[in-house]
Design a protein around this ligand. Structure first.
Ligand SMILES: NC(=O)c1ccc[n+]([C@@H]2O[C@H](COP(=O)([O-])OP(=O)(O)OC[C@H]3O[C@@H](n4cnc5c(N)ncnc54)[C@H](OP(=O)(O)O)[C@@H]3O)[C@@H](O)[C@H]2O)c1
Length: 333
């Protein structure tokens, strides 16, 4: 048996999340088993638990897509040499009832990616959804070396991942924030220009800083609110990548003539549907970025497994800046 957090019905964290003993998973063909050290939270895990994304997909769900740990067993078809490898895990709970909020998780071998030497388990557990989404937004449309990038919401998990990956890839990066604490996170991530979106005009500041030319890539957390800003700030042929919805409605209105004249490309990103071949390209780049020491995400909160409700509540109420992690190491259980 192993210790795990799980829910058997959807609802508020305090009502549905339990911590207890469940059967240890066994890896099948092409799978590895990871002894989880740190489990990483994402808004997606909250949406799954509350029923926002879909109704209850399995009788019992162990939450969380992301995590980091050590491979302790491999299934048939996986080189036995992978045993003992330090890995980060992504999309563990996609298509499976069992995520990373447990002592062990079994995933297809490709979802357990070797962590470069010296990269901590905490950083490994932050990667999954945030880094893969940021990469998809930034680098699906060619090199961004010497290009100009605008990241809306640069203190968010995806936003700060995007700043770091864009800097690693050789871009100049502007970002928007809401307050001083967020500015500090964006600065630490490497942003070249930080704009307070409530006190300054993003368009004026950005156009001033780019000699009126605008930006070549936009990574957008709120396309509906930012549509006009994006059009005004885009250079010819810019790519606007939208990965999130902040409103109940999902209908976007775009002034087409202006967008056509600028030749703007809109890219909609949903990480779960990105083809594996493209995720593998992203993983290669993320590994290089990690190895170069260029990826150091802000960790906002880390709790023990039996405090998982506090972690979910903090994410749901947006009270923490930085990634929220759950310690599943043997010392913390
Ligand atoms: N499509 C996908 O595959 C995918 C992948 C990952 C995440 N997501 C979604 O993306 C969203 C963000 O995820 P996350 O993990 O990065 O969350 P997070 O860490 O909470 O970050 C969200 C950030 O967005 C900022 N923000 C909100 N509205 C904004 C606006 N109009 N302009 C600029 N910044 C704004 C917030 O700042 P303020 O405090 O100023 O509001 C916050 O810093 C979630 O809804 C998540 O479900 C989607």
């Amino acid at each position: 048996m192993m210790k795990a957090a799980y829910y058997r019905k959807q609802g508020p964290a305090r009502d549905v999340l339990e911590v207890g003993e469940v059967a240890e998973p066994v890896p099948g063909v092409g799978e590895v088993r990871v002894r989880i050290a740190v489990s990483g939270l994402n808004p997606s895990d909250i949406k799954a638990r509350t029923g926002f994304s879909a109704s209850m997909p399995y009788p019992r769900v162990i939450p969380h897509q992301d995590g980091a740990g050590v491979i302790d067993r491999v299934g048939d078809g996986v080189p036995v040499e992978r045993t003992g490898e330090r890995v980060w895990v992504y999309e563990a709970q996609q298509g499976s009832p069992n995520g990373t909020a447990a002592e062990y998780v079994v995933v297809p071998s490709h979802k357990a990616v070797e962590l470069p030497a010296g990269v901590s388990m905490d950083v490994g557990a932050t990667l999954g959804i945030a880094a893969l989404t940021a990469h998809r937004c930034l680098l699906s449309d060619g090199s961004i070396r010497d290009k100009r990038v605008l990241v809306h919401g640069g203190a968010g998990a995806v936003g700060s991942a995007a700043i770091q990956l864009a800097k690693w890839a050789g871009a100049w990066v502007a970002t928007t924030i809401s307050n001083a604490a967020q500015a500090a996170v964006a600065r630490a991530a490497g942003a070249d220009l930080i704009i307070d979106r409530h006190r300054e005009s993003t368009v004026d500041v950005l156009m001033g800083a780019t000699d009126g030319e605008g930006v070549d890539r936009i990574v957008d957390v709120d396309l509906i609110a930012n549509a006009a800003t994006n059009l005004a700030c885009s250079s010819g042929g810019a790519v606007v990548s939208a990965y999130a919805l902040q409103q109940a409605t999902d209908a976007v209105s775009v002034p087409m003539l202006e967008a056509m004249k600028k030749g703007i490309v809109y890219r909609f990103v949903y990480i779960y549907s990105v083809p594996l071949s493209e995720k593998l390209v992203a993983i290669r780049d993320i590994t290089q970025c990690l190895s170069a020491g260029a990826y150091m995400p802000e960790i906002g909160m880390k709790v023990r497994l039996n405090q998982i409700v506090d972690a979910h509540d903090a994410m749901e109420s947006s009270t923490v800046i930085g990634k929220i992690l759950v310690d599943v190491s043997s010392e913390a259980l």
